[in-house]
Write a protein that binds this ligand. Structure first.
Ligand code: BES
Ligand code: MG
Ligand code: ZN
Length: 503
């Protein structure tokens, strides 16, 4: 799929599908909509009424084009409300772009020409809009077909985005170019999550890491520790999880170090390639989607796969403790006590709270690199899905500046995050009678917070750290947006890249 930006008049377009945007609450009398209405002999306004078209983000009105037009169809797409901040209406642009692509696919069209939405708005930012359009169009086109024998044949070949103003066109072009690079990382993350656990074992994750390093021509380095090397590093918590599986655990450390970098960050991803719950076995229904328990790791790999093309001037580390959480006669048992690599002892009371065990050693390892910040992404708690639903990630941090920065970039990317507290009062809930910590709370409530307090035990106070519990948005059990279909979403990649590239 090619995306081109041109300067010109959208109504003159020769593409099969011609697209014009309309904001919610707008009277639909702007230049393009009025001219389109004239060409359609007033049908646009009439149909807007009968079809109750209000311009809600992603809402559409489709017409056969008028004889005087070169296109075959004319489509008006809702952009949502024109917000106060440029970020707020940018999600409307993404929703609209995704909807356009879905319609073109349904009609079997291969060329689209669309307006650079919002160009006449005074807060318009052509780069951000170009990036948003590019991201949504390319992501909406994503399908996971690896295991399908019958693949859909509809291919959209060419999308032209038409700007009125030459300068806008050039800026939007750069936005689209950025989107093309970023989307590659999101798609890798989606593919890794969607691949069933039988084919996405810990060693597969490390081979993906190796492949990224190889393709980077030396810019990304990778180090992989096997079970014995993890033992040497006394990663007792991570290895306890790995104990029940016949697959080799793999501790992956990717690094990207530009010579002039002034800052460094470590990205830690939960990499449980399948979570059965272990001896504290999950019910069948809860296990159905547990191939997604490496989504944090997938997003870290997604980010690393695009660092070389974006060349940000910041040192980035990627850390993944990859294993399966299975059950066997060797599996960890409730009541077992293990020692993590920072010497803290943990009483394992529920083997299904395995993510925090693997992350404990990952965070200790990350801390030893002394980065300026650590960000971890983990499908950590079902409690988080109960609290924030399926589309919002929780963010908790020991540093307000770091949390606020991430939240700001997330409002630009549309990957929603909501802050929850690191509540000292709840620390007592993870104290054990026989060890330093217990791996589950003594109560049934606030499970996301107690899990985060557990993780905090493995990060020194002086390192700014943020934990993203992505249990909800990492895997979509129903479509999450016009450009986020069912399955792995690649959640986190678009926000982290903005964070890495930001000031
Ligand atoms: N991987 C799960 C969390 C999860 C749940 C991710 C739903 C995605 C969707 C995690 O390892 C887990 O099992 N957590 C337990 C913790 C509990 C035993 C304290 C949970 O949430 O039930
Ligand atoms: Mg679990
Ligand atoms: Zn898990």
């Amino acid at each position: 799929m090619e995306i081109q930006i041109t300067k010109g008049d959208i109504l003159e377009s020769k593409a099969e599908l011609l697209v014009i945007g309309s904001y919610q609450g707008e009277s639909m009398d702007n230049n393009f909509l009025t001219r389109l209405d004239d060409l359609l002999n007033g049908k646009l306004h009439k149909y807007a009424k009968t079809q109750e078209f209000e311009g809600k983000a992603g809402q559409t009105l489709l017409f056969p084009a008028a004889d005087a037009m070169k296109a075959e169809y004319a489509l008006v797409v809702g952009l949502g409300e024109l917000g106060d901040l440029s970020e707020e209406n940018i999600e409307g642009v993404r929703e609209a772009a995704g909807a356009v692509l879905q319609i073109a696919k349904k009609l079997g069209l291969s060329t689209i020409s669309m307006e650079l939405f919002g160009e006449d708005d005074e807060k318009f930012d052509a780069f951000l809009h170009g990036q948003a359009l590019g991201e949504a169009l390319l992501l909406a086109d994503y399908e996971f077909t690896t295991y399908k024998k019958t693949k859909s044949k509809v291919k959209i070949n060419n999308i032209e985005i038409v700007a009125e103003n030459g300068q806008d066109a050039r800026k939007a072009q750069r936005g689209v170019e950025k989107a093309i690079k970023v989307v590659k990382g999101v798609i890798l993350a989606r593919d890794l999550v969607n691949t069933p656990a039988q084919d996405m074992c810990p060693e597969k994750l490390s081979s993906v890491a190796r492949e990224i390093a190889k393709e980077s021509k030396g810019k990304v380095k990778v180090r992989i520790l096997d079970k014995e090397q993890c033992l040497k590093k006394t990663m007792g918590a991570f290895l306890a999880v790995a104990q029940g599986s016949d697959s080799q655990p793999q501790f992956i450390h990717l690094s990207y170090k530009p010579v002039k970098a002034k800052k460094s960050i470590a990205l830690v991803g939960k990499g449980i390639t399948f979570d059965s719950g272990g001896l504290s076995l999950k019910p069948a229904r809860s296990m159905e989607t547990m191939k997604c328990d490496m989504a944090g790791a997938a997003s870290v790999l997604g980010v690393f796969s695009i660092l070389t093309s974006l060349e940000p001037n910041i040192e980035v580390h990627g850390i993944i403790a990859a294993t399966e959480n299975l059950l066997s006669s060797k599996a960890m048992k409730p009541g077992d006590i293990v020692e993590a690599s920072n010497k803290k002892t943990i009483e394992i009371l529920n083997t299904d709270a395995e993510g925090r065990l693997a992350l404990a050693d990952s965070l200790v390892y990350a801390s030893k690199l002394k980065p300026d910040a650590i960000i971890d992404l983990a499908t950590l708690t079902g409690a988080c899905v109960v609290a924030l639903g399926e589309e919002i990630s929780a963010i908790m941090s020991n540093n307000a500046e770091l949390a606020n920065k991430l939240i700001r970039y997330s409002s630009e990317s549309g990957e929603k995050m909501w802050e929850m507290p690191l509540e000292k009062k709840y620390r007592k809930l993870i104290e054990s009678d026989v060890a330093d910590l217990r791996n589950i709370s003594t109560t049934n409530y606030g499970g996301t917070l107690t899990a985060t307090l557990f993780l905090q035990e493995f990060v020194p106070k002086e390192i700014p750290w943020a934990h993203l519990d992505i249990a909800g948005p990492a895997f979509a059990e129903r479509p999450m947006a016009s450009y986020i279909q069912k399955g792995g979403t690649g959640f986190g990649v678009r926000t982290l890249i903005r964070f890495i590239e930001g000031k």
